[in-house]
Design a protein around this ligand. Sequence first.
Ligand SMILES: [Zn+2]
Length: 182
Amino acid sequence: MDIDIARLLESAELIHEKSGASLCRVTHAGQSMVLKLFASGPEATEVRAYELLQSLRVPTARGAYQLLIRLDREQTITVGKLGTFRFPAGCYVYTGSAMNGIEARVRRHLSNRKRIRWHVDFLLEHARIIRYAIRESSVREECELNARTLALPGASVPVKGFGSSDCRCVSHLVYFAHEPDI
Ligand SMILES: [Zn+2]
């Protein structure tokens, strides 16, 4: 998904502004979304970085989610008791589920201040979420979603057992050298 940031900014409506970052409501692909800008405001001519966040309508929704994570530089990261691994630069798709409030879970992942709890938290200490998707469902679908991601061209498993302690999947983290089209 290519994002025309200049075009998005034309329709941006400022919601919240604080030092270094501002949140705007924008319409992208027919959907109302939240654009997080790391600049002085929507009028800023130079946007340093941005995140496009899907607005979440149902606060208590449950289901599966996927985080598209970018790691700019290769890093060696210790993932709790799982071990220490080399993470090549590129994109990672993490698939998880929250059967008890998916919005809260994703917000937690997006937050910079949190207690390290899940495997993905260790990776997110060094990387950033550039996009996420949510699929509301009353049944667990994360493994199926994860399997479909792993079947995409260019997909590989970077670390066995990552995020998959509770299921039979090899890993719930999938690596792509280039941003996948999901
Ligand atoms: Zn699984």
